[in-house]
Write a protein that binds this ligand. Structure first.
Ligand code: IMP
Length: 463
């Protein structure tokens, strides 16, 4: 059975973990295919909250096989910490498989991450300092270590003998003084290998066998399209590909394995780290979006997220480069209480309208978004949002319905999920016939939004 890929459409932190958890109810496999421990996927089950960095978000469902694909860079200490923490909370992790081809975060990666950030000055991305960039640099440069190497001390030692002196020179050149002791690394990393051995597999074989057996496979993307090393705002993103196509490379399946691509879109924009964010706002609206139940602080670094209005220029690009078939729109509850809700529909660049997202960061910094404005919807208590979710899409405030249908129309992908809270129950699944309004009725319902003059205050001054 063909698979489904789930990707973030903005700058990460769209609420992917929650949507994966909901989808995992009917999945047989959940497969992570990119990123590393820079991710922070939050799953709320009843009163229990989980924040996964490396473990796929289906791990707490015992009947779902969870696979960490070759496209992920694995920090073995972090992965073991997550496994131990889950076991301590009474969850077995026998349903985990780890690709023998996944690359490993080595001790110098975090050191170099920090040193490179310092050296880059204004070009620094504000990384999570998890060693992600340097691990991917080593992978591409053929200086890397794979999970398979942790199971073979001979290979591990041989590679270290060749690579370690060079890594020392790089650290020194970047102004560092750290010393990495070969024997210590051999012991530590073969120790990691020993503990992880039970999970290690040829992940591509596992996933392809599942697909051939007609099982349902969900590919879980990390970060977001605009952090993607190929399609994101460069160099202010991460070091792996975050788009749907990366699922095939990062899990070892052919393109024919992908049938649906679900894009997760948060009802507003947020970003941690540096770089342009054209619809960023400051002041009371920013405080509202950041603090009002949104918990808009980085899951990994706890840095406050920069927030702004929804940006359709970004999202149209996300729809295109990912080939989105479906949308999951999150945090609609968080927007409740705003008199009006805005969405950028184009950028104004010295009186020229840009409808496509520019690659040039200077141009991007000079753009003022042109906003459409919608009536806001009321602020409701969490229990009321939960009741609405149980009833279905038609129970949402009318204004929210219109906004969501407008987004669906603009992006040309089917609205499949709407999230109105943290829990599984706070989700409207529009794939269920009962919640799906007749498709023909959609365009008539969509009132043209009001145009809003672009204002200088809305211009992103970054980048
Ligand atoms: P790195 O991936 O740690 O190298 O960080 C590069 C940039 O991507 C920084 O701006 C990070 O804040 C951002 N980033 C990386 N992973 C995530 C994520 O999962 N969510 C949000 N931002 C992320």
């Amino acid at each position: 059975m063909p698979g489904t890929v789930l990707v973030g459409c903005q700058f990460g932190d769209e609420g992917k973990g929650k949507v994966v958890d909901v989808l995992a109810e009917t999945a047989d496999l959940v497969v992570r295919f990119n990123g590393g421990a820079n991710a922070g996927h939050t799953v709320q089950v009843g009163q229990e909250q989980f924040a996964f960095r490396l473990l796929p978000s289906g791990i707490i469902r015992p009947n779902v096989l969870n696979v960490i694909g070759n496209g992920v860079v694995v920090d073995p200490a972090q992965l073991l910490e997550e496994i131990d923490a889950l076991r301590k909370r009474g969850h077995a992790v026998e349903n985990l498989r780890l690709s023998d081809r996944a690359h490993v975060v080595m001790p110098w990666h975090k050191v170099i991450d920090e040193l490179e950030e310092n050296a880059k000055g204004s070009m620094a991305a504000g990384t999570t300092k998890r060693g992600i960039g340097p691990a991917f640099e080593d992978k591409a440069g053929r200086w890397g270590f794979r999970v398979a190497d942790l199971l073979d001390p001979v290979v591990l030692r041989k590679k270290l003998e060749s690579f370690l002196p060079v890594k020392h020179r790089i650290v020194l050149a970047l102004g560092g003084s750290d010393v990495f002791v070969l024997e210590r690394i051999v012991n530590q990393y073969t120790g990691f290998g020993g503990r992880l051995r039970e999970f290690v597999a040829d992940a591509s074989v596992v996933v392809n066998e599942a697909l051939a057996a007609g099982k349902s496979v969900l590919f879980e993307g990390a970060q977001g399209t605009h952090l993607c090393v190929d399609h994101g705002i460069y160099p202010y993103g991460t070091s792996s590909d975050c788009v749907a196509g990366a699922a095939t490379v990062g899990a070892g399946v052919g393109p024919g394995a992908i049938q649906r691509v679900i894009g997760v879109v948060k009802g507003f924009t947020s970003r941690v780290g540096a770089g342009p964010s054209p619809t960023e706002v400051e002041g009371p609206t920013a405080d509202f979006l950041r603090d009002r139940g949104g918990g808009e602080y980085g899951t990994v670094t706890r840095r406050p997220r920069r927030v702004g209005w929804l940006d359709l220029v970004m999202l149209r690009m996300s729809a295109r480069v990912n080939g989105l078939t479906d949308l999951a729109v999150t945090k609609i509850d968080v927007l409740g209480g705003l008199e009006t809700v805005q969405a950028a529909i184009a950028y104004d660049h010295y009186d020229k309208e840009l409808r496509e997202f520019p690659a040039n960061t200077r141009v991007l910094g000079e753009c003022s978004p042109t906003y459409d404005e919608f009536d806001g919807w009321k602020d409701l208590p969490p229990e009321e949002w939960r009741r609405i979710a149980a009833k279905g899409f038609g129970a949402l405030p009318n204004e929210a319905q219109k906004d969501l249908r407008w987004i669906e129309k603009e992006l040309g992908a089917r609205l499949a999920f709407v999230s109105v809270g943290r829990g599984r129950e706070d989700t409207i699944d529009l794939r269920k016939a009962s919640a799906l309004p007749p498709k023909a009725a959609v365009p008539a319902e969509v009132k043209p939004p009001r145009k809003v003059e672009a204002t200088k205050s809305k211009r992103s001054r970054r980048g």
